[in-house]
Design a protein around this ligand. Structure first.
Ligand code: PGA
Length: 250
């Protein structure tokens, strides 16, 4: 089993260039006592600044999104090769805010996944059920179909470039966290689903992150679960102390 612990900070639409530089400078002064790989995802206009500032650091930089086309008439969009060109190696795809506010569906996400992989980008693929799905007992079915429709067409070799991020929509930015038991139950289900569609090795090697109101106070308990390999952190990633308390919760 070679899966990694990963803590990724999704900064969303926060931080000017000056604020980005200041937060990165705070982050680089923190001591990392865990074995977790650390990733930050600033907004696209600050990616180049972040990559430049973090040259030589072990903190990696990810993009929050990208377009599926190679280039062309897509006003306002950013391509995979543009991300690569400024030194980005990882892209977040499928975040619930992209799905909800920008109408990204499984079919579109499958295209984005293919484009990202064809450019050698690693993907943090996000998915998760809404509150009604959970109340109606449909959460396992929803998660399974999100995975099957957008990434289960990949070959098992391509899975070395995939990081999964289970983010129940009802827990994002709400202060409401899935209990460590709920997270473990879903992560184990995800791993079983990958194992059934691929094989045990692929399933054991993929890192599955939990996201949704992870904070210093609950990170240790969530990360202690056997199938939780890290976190995708929103609000708490905007403060260096909180983010590193989470990084060091492993
Ligand atoms: P949150 O966001 O930690 O603020 O709930 C998580 C995410 O959206 O990735």
């Amino acid at each position: 089993m070679s899966r990694k612990h990963i803590v990724a900070g999704n900064w969303k639409m926060n931080n000017t260039q000056a604020e980005t530089t200041a937060l990165i400078s705070d982050l680089t002064q923190k001591e990392k006592t865990s074995n977790a790989e650390v990733i930050i995802a600033p907004t696209s206009i600050n990616l180049y600044t972040a990559v430049s500032q973090l040259e030589g650091s072990s903190i990696q930089v990810a993009a929050q999104n990208m377009h599926q086309a190679e280039n062309g008439a897509y006003t306002g969009e950013i391509s995979a090769s543009m991300l690569k060109d400024v030194g980005i190696q990882t892209v977040i795809l499928g975040h619930s805010e992209r799905r909800a506010y920008f109408y990204e569906n499984d079919t579109l996400l499958a295209q984005k996944v293919n484009t990202a992989l064809s450019h050698g980008l690693r993907i943090i693929f996000c998915f998760g059920e809404e509150l009604d799905d959970r109340k109606n007992g449909k959460h396992f079915d929803i998660v399974e179909s999100q995975l099957k429709n957008a990434i289960f067409h990949l070959t098992s070799d391509q899975w070395s470039q995939i990081i999964l991020a289970y983010e129940p929509v009802w827990a994002i930015g709400t202060g409401e966290t899935a209990s460590p038991e709920q997270a473990q139950e879903m992560h184990a289900f995800i791993r079983k689903t990958v194992s059934e569609s691929y094989d045990v090795t692929t399933a054991n090697n993929v890192s599955i992150l939990y996201g949704g109101s992870v904070k210093p106070a609950n990170a240790k308990e969530i990360f202690s679960k056997p199938d939780v390999d890290g976190g995708l952190i929103g609000g708490a990633a905007l403060k260096a102390d909180d983010f590193f308390a989470i990084v060091n919760a492993f």
